[in-house]
Design a protein around this ligand. Structure first.
Ligand code: MN
Length: 756
């Protein structure tokens, strides 16, 4: 870490010997990528780093020099970069944290290295300032991408080492750093094709965000490992025999699934560990005779395997003929294994495997240092386009960016045969905006492969697309649902914003005139009475709906006469206690404690029998956590309450990353007196009396109250939603179990969004 508050002075004498050991270890691990004559430069950088960080310790107690050397080691042995990058990694915190300036670096190491260090320092600079939004910083970080991609790679190595040593940080910092990591760094590593690093970052982030789930899955993996290995061997044996007969030099292994990927599948698909873990995947890595025959060898191996096992039709993925945008090359297929289960097989040469694990850096190795052309350049160009758009707000930008990182891509053609790359699931309308915003604005339909299709038609790779336009066309809000790309969304939103502004203005003056007739001043109090009446939530929405004639204001007089009660939803004044003794102040000082600085460090314990009342709690509506859920707190310094989110809520993860300094670890142990709202979603086969059976089960549960129930049937299927007040997760799970036992009910699920 580069911030200065976590460092303390130590005895200097043993540090030299310690540092020397680290150096030897680094040199022996980078011999592959470094020429002998370059070692002088690395030594020089090491000496400067050692000298400048002298006497400083990391939070974990080791001398600070451990960190830059560890980052340099990641850079060379895990990313595969050479001298320049190793030198920069060693120096990455020098300008940031010590007396040395950029001019010094320039003087000792020259232009190129000092430019990279400058980039790294700038990133750190914005990242560590508490006040600024990290989202905005991330944008700046990407700006530097086009200067030298090594800046990003070193920053990733820096983050990886910090994640590996996160244990020594306080819990609130752990959450902030782990949140940022899953939100920004892992997708970035993925996009750069650094699979191994991406996967480790995801696992480490999960370890701190959901420690219990992490432990549980790791333990289960350990328990099942032997059985899995046996299955793999049984499947592989006939393949090994035949490949050896064909004189192919290869390695075969079961592709291990990461803890995060298992957890994620369990969450997204709502399935058990076993269902994810049982799916087998095999990887065959072969030594190619030479670069030219690689492709043919892949297909030869494919042919040998499919002589033994039957392939699943339509499951061939040929990333040899056209590699993925991040450089990935391999041949994938799925075959029927001996025990009736599908097995995925990946076939790669050693070169392809290195690219798959190390990504872009490996391209460098194979193509020389000028290999940054082609795909990566195109990607950087697209990022630039997004960055240069002055209208997009930083967080919105991040969401778009993240989406674009994750999604696969399709390639489509213009009528003239020009290739356009779009995210998977893009529509004809996305394509129109990709060509030009004016084409998008005027689009009325399209021809895909010479056939007429609507604007929401989902494109597939290889489609040839022609957009049909009309000058009479007007942009519609619904279009936002038909587009995927940031470019299209921004263009549509901008056009709508301009239009909405006019409408709001119009609505405002209509309302003011009507109120004037009734001799009433348009105050906030008056608006508060009107707004709930039309089931809307904001002032602007009211004006806009009046402006467009949706709200007619016919009953205005009646509404204003009504005595509306204040409706307070989901806001409780709970008592909070902090775990540390320092907070056990006497009653008389409590009031002032409340006004004092909020303590983000110690976990927040939410219960209902604490004898102190320090802060109030707001339960977030987006994820509706209930007692027993894993939760985190968010407290804006301007508010006197803490908002509680589920730890896996997408908003929470966004907050951890964008306003991580305001996140506080929390535990919800309260369960008495309090009821929380939860929503169940269910479906099944319709039959007479099913609704009353369901309500009967619910009313039997003493601790549960129905707020709203909604059941709809169509074509012999019913779908329903039930809003309930429950006390805790245990009661809710009990209820879910009992409902699922009812004849005809197919699935019952708690309605919750889950973050990736
Ligand atoms: Mn660092």
């Amino acid at each position: 870490m580069s911030s200065k508050d976590q460092i303390i002075k130590i005895n200097i004498e043993d540090e030299d010997a310690y540092a020397e050991d680290l150096y030897k270890d680094l040199i022996s691990s980078c011999s592959k990528h470094v020429k002998i004559k370059d070692i002088t430069l690395i030594r020089k950088a090491f000496d400067l780093a050692k000298e400048s960080h002298k006497g400083v310790k990391r939070k974990s107690g080791e001398p600070y020099i451990l960190h830059p050397v560890a980052v340099a080691k990641i850079i060379t042995s895990e990313i595969g970069l050479g001298t320049t990058s190793i030198t920069c990694a060693l120096l990455h915190d020098v300008v940031e944290d010590t007396e040395y300036t950029l001019e010094d670096i320039n003087h000792f190491f020259g232009e190129k290295i000092s430019a990279i260090i400058d980039g790294l320092t700038k990133i750190s600079d914005v990242f560590d300032k508490q006040s600024s939004l990290q989202a905005e910083n991330f944008r700046k970080m990407l700006m530097t991408l086009s200067d030298d991609v090594r800046v990003i790679l070193i920053k990733l190595a820096d983050r990886l080492h910090n994640m590996r040593t996160l244990d020594s940080m306080p819990p609130n910092k752990q959450l902030k750093i782990a949140g940022e990591t899953i939100y920004l760094y892992a997708p970035l590593a993925h996009r750069l094709g650094l699979y191994a690093i991406k996967s480790e970052l995801e696992d480490l982030s999960l370890k701190y965000r959901h420690p219990d789930a992490f432990e549980e899955i790791s333990a289960k993996i350990k328990d099942n490992e032997k059985k899995r290995q046996q299955e793999i061997n049984r499947f592989s044996l006939p393949i090994i025999e035949k490949l050896e007969n064909s004189k192919i030099n290869f390695d075969i292994n079961g592709r291990p699934k990461s803890i995060f990927s298992i957890w994620n599948k369990m969450q997204v698909k709502n399935i058990q560990f076993g269902e994810v873990y049982d799916l087998m995947a095999i990887r065959i890595i072969f030594k190619s005779l030479n670069r030219e025959t690689e492709k043919a060898q892949c297909w030869q191996i494919y042919s040998i395997i499919t002589d033994i096992y039957t392939p699943k039709p339509d499951r061939i993925r040929d990333w040899i003929s056209s590699p993925k945008a991040n450089g990935y090359e391999a041949l994938h297929t799925t075959v029927m294994g001996p025990n009736g289960k599908w097995v995925e097989i990946q076939i790669r040469s050693e070169r392809m495997d290195e690219i798959a694990e190390r990504g872009f850096a490996a391209h460098w190795k194979y193509k020389g240092e000028n290999a940054s052309e082609n795909e990566l350049d195109r990607w950087i160009k697209r990022i630039r386009e997004m960055l240069e758009n002055p209208n997009s707000d930083a967080l919105e930008f991040l969401d778009d960016f993240k989406m674009n990182l994750f999604s696969a891509e399709i390639m489509v053609f213009t009528p003239k045969g020009e290739i356009k790359t779009l995210p998977k699931h893009s529509t004809t309308l996305d394509f129109a905006f990709e060509i030009h915003s004016e084409i998008g604005n005027k689009a009325i339909g399209a021809k895909v492969n010479h056939k007429l299709v609507p604007l929401n038609y989902v494109l597939r790779s290889g489609d040839q697309v022609e957009i049909i336009t009309s000058n009479k066309q007007k942009i519609q809000k619904e279009w936002l649902e038909n587009v995927l790309t940031a470019k299209a969304k921004t263009s549509i939103t901008d056009a709508i914003k301009a239009e909405t502004k006019d409408r709001i203005q119009k609505g405002k003056s209509i309302l003011e005139t009507k109120l004037k007739i009734l001799n009433i001043n348009p105050s906030g109090r008056v608006l508060k009475k009107i707004i709930p009446e039309y089931k809307i939530s904001t002032k602007d929405e009211l004006y806009s709906k009046i402006g467009s004639g949706i709200i007619k204001l016919d009953n205005l007089k009646k509404i204003l006469k009504k005595n509306t009660k204040n409706k307070i939803i989901r806001y409780w004044d709970l008592q909070i206690s902090k775990t540390t003794s320092s907070n056990k102040t006497k009653k008389s000082t409590e009031v002032s404690t409340k006004k004092q600085k909020f303590n983000y460090k110690d976990p927040l314990i939410i219960n209902d029998d604490a004898d102190q009342e320090l802060y109030s709690i707001k339960i977030s509506d987006c994820c509706s956590p209930i007692p027993g859920d894993e939760v985190i707190g968010y407290k804006n310094p301007n508010d006197d309450f803490v908002i509680i989110h589920k730890a896996k809520c997408p908003t929470a993860i966004r907050l951890m990353s964008s306003e991580g300094n305001y996140i506080v670890p929390a535990k919800w142990i309260s369960q008495k007196f309090l009821s929380s709202l939860a929503k169940l979603i269910l479906n099944g086969i319709d039959r007479i009396g099913i609704a009353s059976d369901i309500t009967a089960v619910i009313s039997k549960e003493l601790s549960v109250n129905i707020r709203k129930i909604f059941i709809e049937t169509h074509d012999g299927i019913f779908e329903g939603a039930i809003d309930l007040y429950v006390h805790n997760v245990r009661d809710l799970n009990n209820l879910i179990m009992n409902i699922s036992k009812i004849k005809g009910v197919d699935s019952v699920k708690r309605n919750e969004k889950i973050a990736k």
